[in-house]
Design a protein around this ligand. Structure first.
Ligand code: SF4
Length: 269
């Protein structure tokens, strides 16, 4: 299949976690920038006409992958494209990716840098209702909602690099962790929900035990292209301390209304 922008006829694709690109797109629209001129926002992809000028961004390096048409004829080209995409999604400073698709050119801008603690806290501290959309009101219980109703997301990203998984393509390899304070505030909100019986079903993330983990020397990680920090061997630059995580679990369990908390997300070894 060609890019989803071609098949869906959408004007723009926002990939990954959408709050940062969305905010930037809205800021530009409010400034009066026409929608079709918004082509340089991180974490977005657009289709350009073949003769259209490539939007400039001096901060980004560019890479061109094999065209859609050549991938249809040659599986190896498709595989080599996948490798580029996999490597770029595991880098701290990804390149901008171009691919010819028929008479058009797909341009995928690099993702935003990993969120800081203040940024991810600001996103999770917004006044969410924690309820399904009201249009489901008459349909009775929603199994997927029942499962996550009393669960709390503590971080984003995963450095496991499992070949079957796409987490790094939308959340990245580098971990963005919420502060303990922000998580405990949410625990308190959940604990005070009318049907809360004292059981938190999940205190987790994409891989539950990567909370606050990162490289000891950031400048080494800045240049790294490895898809995984733990396979085939645990990187000697990775700080694998579980202290912030175990302290968080203990703090959650001290909440007077919490009887038990579980880890429902998968654990990485
Ligand atoms: S240097 Fe090590 S810890 Fe840093 S990103 Fe690469 S594999 Fe992970």
């Amino acid at each position: 299949m060609p890019t989803i922008l071609e098949t869906s006829k959408a004007d723009m694709l926002v990939y990954g976690m959408g709050e940062q690109p969305l905010r930037e797109i809205i800021r530009l629209l409010e400034k009066g920038v026409p929608f079709n001129s918004i082509t340089t926002v991180n974490q977005t992809a657009v289709l350009l006409n073949k003769d259209e000028k490539i939007p400039k961004n001096s901060n980004w390096e560019d890479v061109e992958i094999a065209s859609h048409e050549s991938c249809l004829k040659d599986k190896k080209k498709y595989a080599s494209n996948f490798k580029v995409i996999e490597q770029e999604s595991n880098k701290l400073a990804a390149r901008r990716i171009f691919q010819k698709v028929g008479e058009k050119v797909l341009m995928i801008n690099p993702p935003y840098p990993t969120m800081t603690e203040a940024e991810i806290d600001a996103s999770f501290d917004l006044p969410y209702t924690r309820l399904p959309h009201p249009k489901y009101d008459k349909r009775g219980p929603i199994p997927a909602f029942e499962m996550i109703k009393f669960s709390i997301n503590i971080h984003r990203g995963c450095f496991g690099g499992c070949s079957f998984c796409t987490i790094s393509a939308h959340q990245g390899k580098f971990i963005a962790s919420r502060s303990q304070e922000s998580i405990l505030k949410e625990v308190d909100t959940v604990a005070n929900m009318p049907d809360f019986k004292g059981y938190l079903s999940d205190i987790g993330g994409p891989s539950a035990n990567m909370y606050k983990m990162k490289g000891k020397i950031q400048s080494i990680c800045d240049k790294c292209v490895a898809p995984s920090c733990i396979s085939p061997v645990i990187c000697s630059n990775l700080d694998t301390s579980h202290k912030p995580l175990t302290e968080l679990y203990q703090a959650v369990d001290r909440h007077p209304k919490v009887k038990k908390s579980f880890i429902g997300s998968r654990y990485s070894s």
